[in-house]
Design a protein around this ligand. Structure first.
Ligand SMILES: Nc1nc2c(ncn2[C@@H]2O[C@H](COP(=O)(O)OP(=O)(O)OP(=O)(O)O)[C@@H](O)[C@H]2O)c(=O)[nH]1
Ligand SMILES: [Mg+2]
Length: 280
């Protein structure tokens, strides 16, 4: 992301310098007045317009299909994968429970996390409170029956066990199970606090699968835990995965939001970014 900071005595002088350096279509993202050794100056953060459009295009995910449900009656399946403690289960609950996340589409929850003590119960409780259908899968042979029981759902969120990105072997039993389910989308859930190199390693670890192409989307969680969101946007851009949602707190379902407006705003491009939910 080619962002540059210019300083000078007044706004017109600084913006002219920005134009000379970055071209006529330069976009002024942020302006502030400050003092340098007691002398009042103006500081401008600027970027070429093309760079910002590139950022927007890189982050924006395709719209969800309408209708969500497949022609054969199968719900649209969205799986959440990612490192241990990234926020997969909490995010799955938020997505399934928050009214309007998928327009009028009816949501369901499915978990293949039968390993972590309490993981299943955590999701079952949210499902029960919100009256959302909930299924647990232990084995690939159970898939058709579980999907039949979820047939009234338009979209089903799938929770998976945490996996250390440092672990070389990601072809565990649960991974084959996820492959057998063949989700329509696989969202890599990463905390905003993660180091960029570990984030990239996590993405690589989920890429190798004979039946699907690894993560298709990115969900950044725990934005409330980072002091400045600019770094989060840089992280999202470096991952080269489109993103639809971010989370910024532990409350289910309150702390869930569309991601692109927030990430663009963190880059200084928020003026025309729309925060509203797009119905599926
Ligand atoms: N501050 C903050 N905490 C969050 C957010 N999302 C989840 N958490 C917390 O992070 C912790 C782990 O969340 P989980 O949803 O259990 O994470 P997980 O990825 O399912 O964990 P494993 O299944 O053990 O891999 C919990 O304490 C959540 O409340 C968020 O957006 N902000
Ligand atoms: Mg979990």
């Amino acid at each position: 992301m080619q962002l540059e900071c210019f300083r000078g005595a007044d706004f017109s002088q600084v913006s002219q310098r920005a134009r000379r350096a970055l071209g006529d279509d330069v976009m002024i993202l942020h302006t502030r007045a400050l003092r340098d050794d007691g002398v009042p100056i103006v500081e401008v953060l600027a970027a070429p317009a093309a760079t910002l459009e590139h950022a927007r295009a890189r982050l924006t995910a395709d719209a969800l299909p309408t209708p969500l449900r497949r022609d054969n009656g199968r719900p649209y399946l969205i799986a959440l994968v990612g490192p241990t403690g990234a926020g997969k289960t909490t995010t799955a609950a938020k997505l399934a429970v928050r009214p309007g996340t998928f327009g009028i589409g009816r949501t369901g929850l499915l978990t293949i996390d039968t390993y972590r003590v309490g993981g299943m119960e955590q999701l079952a409780t949210y499902a029960e409170l919100a009256d959302v259908p909930f299924e647990v899968l232990y084995d690939a042979r159970e898939i058709p029956e579980a999907l039949t029981r979820l047939r009234d759902c338009d979209v089903v969120i799938i929770d998976t066990p945490g996996r250390s990105p440092a672990a070389a072997d990601v072809s565990d039993r649960w991974r084959s199970l996820l492959d057998a389910i063949a989700p329509d989308e696989v969202h890599l859930v990463l905390p905003a606090t993660i180091r960029a190199d570990i984030a990239l390693a996590a993405e690589r670890a989920y890429r190798t699968s004979p039946t699907h192409r690894g993560a298709t989307h990115l969900v950044l969680t725990k934005l409330d835990e980072v002091p400045a969101e600019r770094g989060v946007s840089d992280l999202a851009l470096s991952m080269a995965l489109p993103t639809r949602w971010i989370t910024d707190g532990q409350d289910v379902p309150a702390h869930l939001a569309p991601s692109v407006p927030r990430l663009l705003r963190a880059l200084g491009l928020g003026i025309d970014a729309d925060d509203s939910w797009v119905a599926a």
